[in-house]
Design a protein around this ligand. Sequence first.
Ligand SMILES: Cc1cc2nc3c(=O)[nH]c(=O)nc-3n(C[C@H](O)[C@H](O)[C@H](O)COP(=O)(O)OP(=O)(O)OC[C@H]3O[C@@H](n4cnc5c(N)ncnc54)[C@H](O)[C@@H]3O)c2cc1C
Length: 410
Amino acid sequence: MAAKSAIVIGAGIAGCSTAYALAKRGIKVTLLERNPEIASEASGNPVAMLYPRLSGDDISSEFALSAYLHSLQLYKSLKLPPEDFGCCGMLQLGFNAKELARIQKVAVQNHASDILQYVNKNEASRLAGINIEHDALYLSGAAWVNPQQLCRRLTQHQHINTLNLQKVINILKVNDLFEVHTNQGAVLNAEMVVIANANDARELCTDLVMNIQAVRGQVSLVSATASSKALQKIVCSDGYFSPAALQKDSEQLHCLGATFSNIAATENAQNKLIVEEQDHQANLEKLNVVSNTLYSDLKNNIVDGRVSLRCTAIDYWPLAGKLLDAVKLRTNPPRPGADVNSLPWVEGLYMNIAHGSKGFTTAPLCAELIACMVSYQALPVSNELAGLLNPNRFLLKEMGLKRLAKMVLG
Ligand SMILES: Cc1cc2nc3c(=O)[nH]c(=O)nc-3n(C[C@H](O)[C@H](O)[C@H](O)COP(=O)(O)OP(=O)(O)OC[C@H]3O[C@@H](n4cnc5c(N)ncnc54)[C@H](O)[C@@H]3O)c2cc1C
């Protein structure tokens, strides 16, 4: 029988969209967040872009496109005000030989023109409202969103109770119920638990092999000029540049991002959360690739920035689905040819983490996958995709169980 109560750990986009997908199915959710506010770590940037990066007709493009279309539909359904969500469209520029080949390859796939189309530089310039020097892939539905407002809206559901300043320190299973302990001494019970606390999942699942890494990133906020305000679309080179959709005091701001630097497991990630001038310069260089004119116009206009940590798996796929009992699996390894259903699953324990640089696109579909698993509904992705997202895959591979690593619970 489907669970009636759930605890979701971590209130970034992964936790908030999971709470929402469960609540929509009538499950009573307690959402636990260690900070005073939800969406205040990776999901706390002033703005996030919503778009897929497609490479052709491979399985990662199938996932990127399905996740993008799902998130777009979800966000539209939330009826966020225009200052928090804008479907302005995006131009992905063929700014070097490799990117040009990629967008040309994607353009000849059989996509509907309202999803994407190839445009030459004249058409790209007309759409953008500024001069663009490269042919581009135009995604008319691509959007930007205010992450905090989005997360707030997702959690304003009658079945979701959000508790801030509650850091989860332990998860136990006592008979058929989970017991979740927090640093405030609270002990909460539920029939199911979803671990959605990004890099810190390592502290809660010490036996699972996750192969995740913290990747530092910085965005730069740039005050708009009369000419830069003409920009109508998000423009993407190896970074992104948004229209001047953000408002701070009386100023209109563009968002420019983002940088990437891996944090070694031995480093203290908290020491890396300081805005760096050299990262602003690196972001400006990405703008220079989009348009030298915009770069010259805006290079002295950076007014602010924000740093946070992505959580990325070494194979770049999220970890989403039901968890195995790693200790039992190691103690009693399955025989070759074992059925996936015979593995030691922890009934009711799920994970939704490792959304890398695209969480606003990928997390809601992974949330839906979990909600469908819990309520015995048809999965929203193919079995092959669910297998690639399997959160136990690194553990199973490490144990030489590659075949099982690609499978989901039947
Ligand atoms: C600079 C930068 C720019 C980006 N731009 C984009 C973009 O344009 N578009 C896009 O789609 N993505 C973007 N991303 C990626 C996106 O921000 C992430 O993929 C997404 O925010 C991950 O969401 P999450 O919920 O998994 O993690 P988080 O947002 O980090 O949420 C995890 C939550 O868990 C909480 N937590 C941790 N441990 C505990 C515990 N023990 N108990 C309780 N709570 C706990 C944390 O406080 C946190 O709130 C960007 C990332 C960066 C760094």
